[in-house]
Design a protein. Sequence first.
Length: 206
Amino acid sequence: MTMIMFSGGGNSLKLAHAFFILLVLVHLRPALEFISGVGVGDANNIRCPETERQALLKFKKALVDDNGQLSSWRSKDKYCCNWKGVHCSNQTGHVLELHLSENRFNADQPLRGMISPSLPELPDLTFLDLSQNDFNQSNLPELIRSLSNLKHLDLSRTNLSGPISHQLENLSHLQYLNLLGNRFIIIENLEWLSHLPSIEYLDLLP
Ligand SMILES: *[C@@H]1O[C@H](CO)[C@@H](O)[C@H](O)[C@H]1NC(C)=O
Ligand SMILES: *[C@@H]1O[C@H](CO)[C@@H](O)[C@H](O)[C@H]1NC(C)=O
Ligand SMILES: *[C@@H]1O[C@H](CO)[C@@H](O)[C@H](O)[C@H]1NC(C)=O
Ligand SMILES: *[C@@H]1O[C@H](CO)[C@@H](O)[C@H](O)[C@H]1NC(C)=O
């Protein structure tokens, strides 16, 4: 709490002035947010681009969420940077990271279903952890190719299946790749590995 002393006309004039500025700021901020769309606001209320918010909602739609891990992902909520597991750039509002490991939520039921084709609509994504969810023996989608900014990809124990080859070729910034514990994934060859010059951690154990 701030103590405000009233000792003369000059001070109360300053106070009135300060009040006026405060009022202007209070009214200006929503207007600024409306105009710029992203990035304005305090650290807890960064607004992500609408295309990325829609991509996240589509991602959720492709999943069965028995435990409500994604219950904070609400279509009416504009502030997708506040959604559980979503990290944004606090400068641009773009979604940078998705932390959706089942472990993280300490839940009994994993997310089940498929990896939505909307993921490439998160162009700045660098970190994707979907470990321990259940992708129902679907194939690692081709669309992973276009997530070319990914540095960290954890798909361990996700019940994925099928051949892995060129899907990972384009991820030239990838430092961490974990495919551990997917019994039905078939590593046809390791040619794609030569396209991952930054790789530091690799686990392909079935
Ligand atoms: C913005 O993000 C950087 C790292 O990306 C972090 O160090 C900084 O504390 C953040 N600023 C705010 C206001 O949250
Ligand atoms: C899993 O795949 C089967 C078909 O292979 C489908 O019938 C079922 O609905 C899928 N389950 C989920 C949770 O997506
Ligand atoms: C993997 O997916 C298959 C096909 O939907 C399902 O029958 C099986 O229960 C899943 N396995 C695990 C360990 O989640
Ligand atoms: C591969 O990454 C580049 C950017 O590095 C991107 O322009 C291109 O569309 C990606 N290719 C595929 C097949 O997604």
